[in-house]
Design a protein around this ligand. Structure first.
Ligand code: SAM
Ligand code: SF4
Length: 352
């Protein structure tokens, strides 16, 4: 009989994976535990950022979008399966009717440790306080530039002043550890990275610079021409700030540095230059209830179909989620050298 060499560590790994499969936790084929759900609550938005959407968008008919009750049911199910953190996103989550009451419901789910939101900040001036009162833990606010003209260009019609007021309101409402998200494009805003870090430092905010991802077809710029690597950006920032590598591991894609003498962290999300898939602990739910297993691949499972099937049970929903996690791909396959559309859906459809 042919004997295959079976190293002892292999047996240990097999037992470990088996044990994980028997717990209520969601574990994929590569042993990654799913602890983080990003929920898109709408595909709609009041801005049209050049890297995220086409100028002329057709949004989903409302009946295709999950209701607030369906979102709550799914959130409860995921938390029951070991998810500890939920981030509400979109599109722009603050344009969804009833968002504050959804936050209130989700924040009350037993076992959920963190309920966060990523927003463009345009409506925070009036909504920061109610969101805080409803139990939202933390905010990420997108801010690509401090120039009103550039903001107008990059968002195709937005007013920077609204976002700056929103940031102020979020601080006044008591949000802490807020992070600014900045998608860096070489010829649009990369020259402002230093000013954006200064802004973050002066408001005790963290900031992450994101390499643009090739989601959906954009017409306003060439993605290859606009690519600037995190390393290049960090080298430039290091000329002005004393950046100290941080040991902090968030389980997320960002790698962090601290600025000597300040509280703020500076992060880099580098899907192209530093692949972050090995530690990926997240899945994404689109506004239509499609569970996406990877930002940069099309593997998915339609949970809305299961949810809306007459007579469907929680057991069937749980089984569908468990099966879906088993098709989570090992890694994304974004190629920075290619100008082709690599993932057909836009970021607003994905729940970025
Ligand atoms: N509307 C909210 C906002 O802008 O913060 C939430 C949704 S938005 C899709 C989530 C994040 O994805 C934002 O920080 C945005 O800058 C980022 N984003 C959008 N398109 C992107 C792309 N093609 N590559 C990298 N990041 C992108
Ligand atoms: Fe809207 Fe956010 Fe996309 Fe900008 S990045 S268009 S704010 S969803």
């Amino acid at each position: 009989m042919l004997r295959v060499f079976n190293p002892p560590w292999r047996e240990f790994v097999t037992i470990n994976v088996m044990q994980k499969l028997l717990t209520p936790t969601l574990v994929d084929r590569f042993g990654r535990e799913i602890r983080y759900l990003r929920m898109s609550v709408t595909d709609r938005c009041d801005l049209r950022c050049v890297y995220c959407m086409a100028e002329d968008m057709t949004f989903l008919p409302r009946k295709e979008v999950l209701s607030l009750e369906e979102l709550e049911q799914l959130a409860q199910m995921f938390v029951g399966l070991g998810v500890q953190k939920i981030r509400l996103t979109g599109g722009e989550p603050l344009v969804r009717q009833g968002i504050v009451s959804l936050v209130e419901k989700l924040a009350a789910i037993e076992g959920l440790q963190e309920l966060c939101m990523t927003t463009n900040g345009t409506r925070l001036a009036e909504m920061a306080e109610p969101l805080r009162a409803a139990g939202l833990s933390r905010l990420n606010i997108s801010l690509d530039t401090l120039s009103a003209d550039k903001f107008h260009t990059m968002t195709r019609h937005g007013q920077l002043a609204n976002v700056l007021q929103g940031i102020k309101a979020s601080i006044a409402a008591g949000f802490r550890h807020t992070k600014l998200n900045c998608v860096a494009l070489k010829h649009y805003n990369a020259d402002e990275a230093g000013q954006l870090v200064e802004f973050a430092l002066s408001h005790n905010l963290d900031i992450s610079f994101i390499e643009e991802m090739p989601m959906g077809e954009v017409t306003s710029h060439g993605r290859v021409a606009e690519y600037i690597s995190s390393d290049e950006l960090r080298a430039e920032l290091s000329r002005h700030f004393n950046l100290v590598p941080s040991a902090e591991q968030t389980g997320g894609p960002a790698r962090y540095w601290t600025v000597a003498g300040a509280q703020s962290k500076v992060g880099f999300i580098s899907p192209h230059s530093h692949n972050f898939c090995g530690s990926c602990n997240r899945v994404r739910l689109t506004a239509t209830g499609k569970l996406l297993l990877c930002l940069g691949q099309e593997h998915s499972r339609d949970l809305r179909h299961v949810l809306r099937r007459p007579g469907s049970t929680n057991e069937e929903l749980e089984a569908a989620i468990r099966e879906a996690v088993q098709i989570k791909p090992e890694a994304h396959s974004f190629d920075v050298q290619s100008s082709d559309v690599q993932v057909v859906r836009f970021m607003n459809m994905t729940g970025g």
